[in-house]
Design a protein around this ligand. Structure first.
Ligand code: ATP
Length: 230
């Protein structure tokens, strides 16, 4: 579904991504892990088109999208849940969800999407800013689902959440995969991300350092030492 080849990206003169090769197959959940500043967010933003590529190519469902705007990529079904949730705080939960279907998807999918997140159901008419951090993360994911993504890019969904809520968010991500949604997931919590993923990539200093079946990466001594605190 997604094929990234020799992708580069830079902030001014400073390169942040160097020759990234990465693939995500239809229906796969792929985790991208690595230390702070490794380039995970930059890679997601370059795939969604929010950040320009400085070299290489991004193929999506058989066509090259490298030069397309972020908006055009959303229309094709590449939908990103940004780091830090970024819900529209003064607007109601329902209106946040309706906006998710602005460029793509169906506003009438609201009941279907909200049924997937019981914690949001009773808060439908409340301003999103009054939700807890975990509920805001669920709303950010639900808002993206309103666009009926072909490929969902999830950036740090567990950031800043209490352990119980982290488990809940990852259970939702596992359920999305079980429904057949294709997901590229970035998370600092390498253990939890690799535990729900089919395959994984480890990034270091703007490069892919390791890749493989997620269960194998979890057992890899190098990954265990560097990212799992073992
Ligand atoms: P984190 O988990 O902290 O978000 P990350 O792996 O997602 O880390 P990026 O945020 O992609 O890493 O950052 C990759 C590199 O690019 C870092 O060296 C970072 O300092 C730099 N960088 C990120 N955003 C900008 C920016 N807007 N301007 C300049 N440099 C940036």
């Amino acid at each position: 579904m997604l094929e990234v080849r020799a992708l580069g990206s830079r902030y001014g003169r400073i390169p942040a991504l160097h020759g990234i090769d990465l693939r995500v197959g239809a229906g796969e959940l792929v985790a991208l892990v690595g230390a702070n500043g490794a380039g995970k967010t930059t890679l997601l933003r370059t795939i969604s088109g929010v950040q320009p590529a400085s070299g290489g190519a991004i193929g999506f469902e058989g066509r090259e999208v490298t030069a397309l705007s972020a908006r055009a990529r959303v229309k094709l079904g590449i939908v990103q849940v940004p780091e830090g949730r970024q819900v529209f705080a003064p607007m109601s939960v329902e209106d946040n969800l309706r906006l998710g279907a602005f460029a793509r998807g169906r506003a009438d999918a609201l009941d279907e999407v909200i049924a997937f997140f019981p914690a949001l159901r009773e808060k439908r008419r409340q301003p999103a800013g009054l939700l807890s951090g975990g509920q805001q993360q669920m709303l950010a994911i639900a808002r993206a689902l309103m666009a009926q993504p072909r490929l969902l890019l999830l950036d740090e969904p567990s950031m800043g959440l209490a352990p119980r809520l982290v488990a809940e968010i990852f259970a939702h991500i596992a359920a999305l995969r079980a429904r057949g949604t294709t997901v590229l997931l970035v998370d600092q919590n390498a253990r939890a991300a690799l535990a729900v993923a089919d395959r994984g990539y480890v990034m270091e200093a703007g490069r892919i350092a390791l890749q493989g079946v997620a269960a194998d990466l979890l057992r890899d001594p190098q990954v265990q030492r560097a990212y799992l605190g073992l």
